[in-house]
Ligand binder design. Sequence first.
Ligand code: FES
Length: 225
Amino acid sequence: MQLKLRIRRHKEGKSWYDSFSVPYEEGMTFLSALQKIKETQDETLTFRHFCRAGICGTCAIYINGFPKLACKEQVLPYLLDGEEITIEPLKNLRVIKDLVVDHEVIPKKMKELSLWISENKENINIDPEVSKYIESSADCILCGACHSYCPQILEEDYAGPLFFAKLYRFSVDPREGKKQLRKLQALSGRLYHCLSCNKCNNVCPKEVEPATLIRKLMLMDVDSA
Ligand code: FES
């Protein structure tokens, strides 16, 4: 069986699509297909990966219009459809080359919002129920899938699902010393401009469910008003 890929290329301000055909191998992921193309057909094809285990978040790309982790996504179900599969870089992030986008906006914004536990000297035991919520929101691997698929992200000053999920995590973590600041950060990030479309929930590869956490943040704001 041959896997047919139509890959968006980008170099020096120009974009185009190239088609490739790759022999299917058992267990093949999109990352291994891209590597096969690079090794055997076009060494200039550029993409990112690191852990190959769905942990680092660097390999996120669009596959037929949906953000996916290339190292986790199996090609077989797509292959059985028989159609050419379109591969593109993440949207809403600047493309550097081919499938590589500029992720720098993410750590930059995290730094801007001080997304780490603010000092709290009390020795705190965490309730297992709260711990469950914290863990789920802390599972985010910063792959940018939610950010790239959010239709509201184009609004200037809208923080977006990735950062709201982080702000939620600090809003419920009993170790956090500046909960009021987290609330203000969420409000100045235009929390209530979320469209509640749930698109981020549907594409997050780690099931963080940012849209659900955004709604929880809104409820916390109303409850504390
Ligand atoms: Fe790390 Fe895919 S290579 S998540």
